[in-house]
Design a binder for this molecule. Structure first.
Ligand code: ADP
Length: 326
């Protein structure tokens, strides 16, 4: 049986819809199990500066439906140094916190992994990122909401696009991961997706244009993942202007709209399950693991795998998109 008496909880890195549902779940599951909870504001930054507040069940009332994170988030360079992490550890000892739940993306889990090893401290990670780019989990918290936001935005752009003979490149987030672009394209009936996973294999723009846009369509929409490889939507549009000047091109960058909004039912349920599972994991003496969900089952994924291994894109989806866009 674990001897954890107090759990600290923080959100870090990029915010994602559903983080609040996860905060609520961790808080309530801990209290249900007789464990005290301390909320750490502004991620690793607040851990160093001591922005730490005891949480009761009522601190997480009425937040399941809110986007963003009530705990705030921050990027913290100091935590990347051993000295900064010593300060963070001192603070945890001072506050009587025996274990941490960190909610965030790849960077947050990387920091957690280094800290946990350096200070032999129990940490469980919860994957909160709209990018869905963490290995070992089918889904990350925020991804479904972002996907729905993209779908709704593309629907609106299509209304104006179809009034003109235009080729629209719509850039979506997904820092070097094409999940949002690919599934967003399928969900919104776009013609193609240009994603970083494929960028080194073939010229996706040339393929898209050479396949030809259906003559009966008076507009075409291509989703482009932000990426250094392709230059994102702006980079792709610049190429079209020089290489295929016959097209009337427009670019839309969806930007931070993708991070906001009330989480979907799927994200709320995922966050609730993962948050409760993080507490279970700590009670079960698990450490240095990320909570994942695979085939609808909760799994524990070692930080080393979640961070280091690239999550592969499902190539069947590329084929589906190609077939359905004829
Ligand atoms: P995300 O979690 O969304 O990927 P970031 O990459 O910005 O966001 O990471 C969030 C925070 O995690 C950073 O500001 C930093 O404090 C911490 N972090 C990231 N990488 C490391 C690292 N290599 N060592 C220690 N801490 C790190």
């Amino acid at each position: 049986m674990s001897n954890i008496k107090c759990i600290g909880i923080l959100t870090s890195g990029g915010d994602a819809p559903g983080m609040n549902a996860a905060i609520r779940a961790v808080t309530r599951a801990a209290i249900f199990n007789g464990i005290a909870v301390k909320a750490i504001y502004r991620g690793y930054k607040g851990l160093i500066t001591g922005e730490i507040v005891p949480f009761k069940t009522e601190n997480v009332s009425n937040i399941i439906q809110q986007g963003g994170t009530i705990l705030k988030t921050a990027r913290c360079m100091e935590f990347k140094t051993p000295e900064g992490r010593v300060l963070a550890h001192n603070r945890l000892v001072e506050e009587g916190i025996d274990a941490l739940v960190t909610i965030g993306g790849d960077g947050t889990l990387t920091g957690a992994r280094i800290f946990a090893q350096e200070h032999n401290f129990p940490i469980v990670g919860v994957p909160g990122t709209i990018d869905n780019d963490l290995f070992g989990t089918d889904l990350t918290i925020g991804y479904d909401t972002a996907l729905n936001t993209i779908m709704e935005a593309v629907d609106k752009i299509r209304d104006t696009a179809s009034s003109h003979d235009r080729l629209f490149f719509i850039e979506v987030m997904g820092r070097d991961a094409g999940f949002l672009a690919l599934n967003g394209a399928i969900a919104s009936g776009a013609e193609a997706a240009i994603i970083p996973e494929i960028a080194l294999e073939k010229d996706q723009l040339a393929e898209t244009i050479e396949n030809g846009f259906r003559k009966s369509k008076n507009s075409s929409i291509v989703l482009v993942a932000e990426s250094d490889e392709t230059g994102g939507a702006m980079g792709v549009a610049e190429r079209v202007k020089t290489e295929y000047p016959q097209f009337d091109v427009r670019v839309t960058i969806l930007g931070h709209i993708q991070r906001g909004g009330s989480p979907t039912a799927q994200d709320r349920i995922l966050a609730s399950r993962m948050g409760a599972a993080a507490v279970d994991a700590l009670l079960d003496d698990q450490r240095n693991v990320m909570i994942g969900v695979q085939n609808d089952q909760i799994t524990y994924v070692p930080f080393s795998k979640a961070i280091k291994i690239d999550k592969p894109i499902n190539r069947e989806l590329l084929n589906t998109l190609r077939i359905l866009s004829i």
